[in-house]
Design a protein around this ligand. Sequence first.
Ligand code: TRP
Length: 453
Amino acid sequence: MMTNPQVGATSHSTSTVAPLRFLTGITTTGTPHLGNYVGSIRPSVAASRGTGASSFYFLADYHALIKCNEPDRIQRSTLEIAASWLAAGLDPERVIFYRQSDIPEIPELTWLLTCVTAKGVLNRAHAYKAAVDKNTATGNDPDADVSAGLFMYPVLMGADILMFKANQVPVGRDQVQHIEMARDMAQRFNHLYGEHFVLPQAQVEESVALLPGLDGRKMSKSYDNTIALFTPREQLKKLIASIVTDSRAPGQPKEVEGSALFQIYQAFADEQETAALRKAYSEGIGWADAKQLLFERIDQEIAPMRAHYQALMKDPAKIEAILQAGAGKARQLAAPFMRELRHAVGLRKLTAHDLSPATTAAGEKASKTALPVFKQYREADGKFHFKLIDAQGRLLLQSHGLDSPKDAAQAIGLLQIQGAAALPALQGRLQIAGDVTSAEVNSALQQLMAARH
Ligand code: TRP
């Protein structure tokens, strides 16, 4: 028989001894600029290359619909953002990179969360409140031009996060409130229906530079002061030449404080280079020379990625295929989890197990133990295993040692979605326990599928 499961064997079919999960979404309304690169793309790509984390990156195109009703712009922006992240080094083999609207479970979960979210909480969401305050200030109806989509924005975002059991959500300060709301939704749902959701945490990177734009204010599309990340070399040069400076002549010492040019340089240069420019400032470097330095420094980092970006932009089919593969991986997690959640709230086949009197948390627990269950665990050799046991605790299926918890989760996902039909594809990765017939395994899988629908 098998050795003892070690850590992490729990009754939750999808919980694992998995590493921390990071998840972040990018709204698909604009063209990435240098501020996005320094503040979000570059640190996220670097983090995704570290070991020990599993990361989810997605294109938040449902969110884009809230602020943009130009179809071509949404499509174009989705392409540009996907190409930018890939060109900047995001490796779709190492992370789950997908488009929100390819995951139909997300809007489905949004509804379940909508039903456990207090309207009063949404009234206090910053974006909605700002719109209402503006209307009130101008004497309009408070809700004039406010769509229900804007109002519901935090719930859709909650579904993005909770669907994939993210632990950490790297965001800008303006998004922290949304993560707190997602936590509230998770807590409320768990309280009503049992422990299903992981409580996420916002991760605000204090050290990430806020990049100034051409006019010295924060680089932002709404100020029209941006430098597009992959603007052609000549255009980059022109834009950098238009960064505001003071009127000091060459030879006159210059201040680094408040110099947009210096701050942008700092975001790309290492410490030595930064120190050298600081010295050049005090020695009176001319603005034209400083701009030339900045241009060369940025272009040195961006040029190789720009070439990759241009190649990707010419090949939308390739990006589409990458996103489809990502959606496949994401849905392997989302589809079984959504079935678990539907079951939890009582959206069940009438033939499913629990027509028992109580749909309380206790009743839910009792019905769960009457079903076969997948357990995941890690052995002393560091490999990841799972097994299927029936309601009486008898071993039915036993996996071989797998390299990552993701492999185990994917195999379980397949079995949950396809039942016995998944067995041929998983050959070599698991075996039927010694004294068990394949008919017994089939019927256990069938039972699980029926209960989850
Ligand atoms: N609201 C985020 C933004 O505008 C984008 C987003 C959508 C997001 N869903 C998310 C970010 C989930 C993190 C997690 O920046």
